[in-house]
Structures are given as structure tokens and as C-alpha cells.
Design a protein around this ligand. Structure first.
Ligand SMILES: Cc1cc2nc3c(=O)[nH]c(=O)nc-3n(C[C@H](O)[C@H](O)[C@H](O)COP(=O)(O)O)c2cc1C
Length: 327
């Protein structure tokens, strides 16, 4: 039986505190805040524009995509979803589903270097490099082992989920995780020799640190509410981060995004793209790569519809005037 209850609305209430599982940490409020914050953003419908084609196509970090959406890294699929599949097979299905939809997927990481990091990275390699390998914020030795593993593989880019620095299980390991400042992030960026994304940014300070370290992108993220209780929703902090670093670094965001309308809202608030976690993971374990492609197609249709109904012909037309943020 799957640990995910497959709720009609994936909002963090039913699975509060379920880790392992798919919930948010402790009271689950950080996950819930992500979803609730997006509900407070309303879209300004206005169709009094010249007619014309609507395109969701975009380019992010030099990659052409059918829309500005990525599948987020979701590691430990057996443990968290209760679904018997290897991390490699899961990653292949997810990445293939994304590739067929014209988008990209991230893979994850864990204590078991070979199973949880190298094999998912091999899945990226086996699918022509179209994926992003995410490294946990290990101490140097652990990071170096993963950078070394990536050297022989065709992997488009790499990321680090810096927000995993406090996870008790990972702090207790042989190469524990640690927090990362400018020096450590700069070292990783240089050692990687490929585009580097800092995932888990929730403040202007963290965003500016990523810029100073030479990172190529940030993901405004609280790890789907799984690393700390009581953080704000990600779209609550997105506008101030956008104000501080827009134009200096690519800005991605995740947390609670459940529709093309939600994608639209994040873009209007200044993000260049979004990551979606649980819905893609569930689609993948239930229906494999076809489920992922079908879900991406649904989001793309919804995004296109939102663009049509707001007079946006291209992704660049989605500006902050297109939404209202209510209290
Ligand atoms: C079961 C599970 C495992 C996850 N594993 C990772 C991981 O290994 N690395 C990472 O950066 N984020 C991980 N995340 C966080 C997601 O990448 C993403 O930030 C979050 O799920 C986005 O929120 P959403 O699921 O509400 O869309 C995980 C999330 C879940 C639910």
C-alpha cells in the first residue's frame, strides 16, 4: 500500500508529520503554508487584448524547455512512498516522463552514495544528460565523492539542497551534513565545472550568499516543509528575494505548486521557473513515465489557458501586474 493517501488536494493536512512518508515535518505547517500562500495569490483575468498565439516555451540556464517547470528531486522512494522500485528505475521513469514532455527532472541524494546518488545520476546519463543531480550538503569529503562520481557522467547540471543541513539522520552519518557559506558554495561551484543551483533559499541573505558564491541559480524552497516546521510559504518570501537578486541569478521556486495557474502565479511574482515535487512523484509511482508526461501536459494546458485569459502571449509577458496578493 502506498504511504501517500492520494488526497484530492495535495495540501499537507492528512500527512502532517509523516516522515518517512510524504508529509511535512512535525505539525506539517511549513508544507501547509506553501499551499495556503499560493491560494492568496489571485490572477487578474483580462481578455481585452489583440488575439494571437500563446506559447509556454522558454529557455532556462541555456536549456530550451516546453514550459518553465521541472520535476523536483524526491529521494528515498521506497521508504517515503512504500513503493518497491529501485532508485535507478524510478529516476529513469521520472526523467523519461519529463524528457517526453520537453521539461527536465532533478534527482536526489542520500547516505547510500551508490544507490541514492550515483545510480540516479547514471539514469540522467542514460537519458542523454537531460537532468540535474542534487547533492546533499555533506562535509567536503562527501561532496568530493559525489563530484568525482559525476565526472564520468553526462549530467546537465548539479544542485545542492542546502536546507538538508539540519536533518538529524544525515548529521549523524560518517560524512555528516553541514551548513554552507560563501566559501564552501564557491568551492563546489568551481569543483563541479558545470552549472550549479543552490536549493533551499528562504531569505534575501541566503540568495545573496548564492550570488556571491557564483551559483547560477537558486531554488526558493523549504524542501516541501520537510526540514523545518513553521517556515513561511515559499511564495511569501519570493517577492523580496526577487527584488534583491533578480537579474543576477536565475530564480526557481517550489512548494505546493499544484496547477498551471500556480505556475503562472510564481512566474508573475518573479520566478524564472518552478519545481513540482509530490504530484510528479505520485504520477511516476502510479503510472510510470506516461503518468509524468500526462501530468506535465495537464500543467502546460492550464498554464496556457491562464496566459490566454490574462493577455500573455509569451512567458516574458507574465508580470506582477497579472496577479494580486491578498492577505
Ligand atoms: C518524499 C520526498 C523526498 C524528497 N527528497 C529530496 C531530496 O533528496 N533532495 C531535495 O533537494 N529535495 C527533496 N525533497 C523536496 C523536493 O525536492 C521539493 O523541494 C518539494 O517536495 C516541493 O514541494 P511539493 O512536493 O509540495 O511540490 C523531497 C520531497 C519529498 C516529498
Amino acid at each position: 500500500m502506498l504511504k501517500c493517501r492520494e488526497c484530492k488536494e495535495c495540501n499537507g493536512y492528512a500527512c502532517r508529520g509523516e516522515i518517512p512518508g510524504v508529509g511535512g515535518k512535525d505539525t506539517g505547517r511549513a508544507f501547509i503554508n506553501n499551499v495556503e500562500a499560493l491560494k492568496k495569490v489571485k490572477i487578474n483575468m483580462d481578455v481585452c487584448f489583440e488575439p494571437g498565439e500563446v506559447s509556454t516555451e522558454t529557455e532556462i540556464l541555456g536549456l530550451k524547455m516546453s514550459m518553465p517547470v521541472f520535476s523536483a528531486p524526491v529521494a528515498g522512494i521506497q521508504n517515503n512512498y512504500g513503493y518497491e522500485i529501485s532508485e535507478y528505475d524510478y529516476s529513469c521513469l521520472m526523467l523519461k516522463g519529463c524528457r517526453d514532455a520537453g521539461i527536465l527532472g532533478f534527482t536526489g541524494d542520500g547516505i547510500n552514495l551508490e544507490e541514492l546518488f550515483v545510480k540516479p545520476a547514471m539514469a540522467i546519463n542514460d537519458l542523454g544528460g537531460m537532468g540535474i543531480a542534487t547533492i546533499k550538503p555533506w562535509v567536503k569529503e562527501g561532496v568530493d565523492a559525489r563530484i568525482e562520481a559525476l565526472k564520468g557522467l553526462n549530467v546537465a547540471m548539479a544542485a545542492m539542497d542546502v536546507d538538508a543541513a539540519g536533518l538529524p539522520l544525515l548529521r549523524a552519518g560518517k560524512t555528516p551534513v553541514e551548513t554552507k557559506g560563501v566559501e564552501q558554495l564557491r568551492y563546489i561551484r568551481e569543483a563541479l565545472n558545470k552549472k550549479f543551483i543552490v536549493k533551499g533559499v528562504m531569505t534575501v541573505h541566503a540568495a545573496e550568499t548564492a550570488v556571491e558564491a557564483g551559483a547560477d541559480a537558486i531554488v526558493v524552497s523549504n524542501h516541501g516543509g520537510r526540514v523545518m516546521d513553521d517556515t513561511p510559504g515559499t511564495v511569501e518570501v519570493l517577492p523580496e528575494i526577487v527584488k534583491a537578486v533578480k537579474g543576477k541569478i536565475t530564480i526557481l521556486v517550489d512548494g505546493g505548486i499544484r496547477s498551471g495557474n500556480d505556475v503562472f502565479k510564481c512566474l508573475a511574482l518573479g520566478a524564472d521557473g518552478v519545481l513540482i515535487g509530490r504530484p510528479f512523484a505520485l504520477a511516476c509511482v502510479k503510472e510510470g513515465s506516461q503518468g509524468v508526461t500526462a501530468l506535465a501536459a495537464k500543467y502546460q494546458d492550464q498554464l496556457k489557458q491562464a496566459m490566454l485569459m490574462t493577455g500573455c502571449h509569451t512567458i516574458k509577458d507574465i508580470t506582477k501586474e497579472k496577479v494580486i496578493v491578498t492577505k
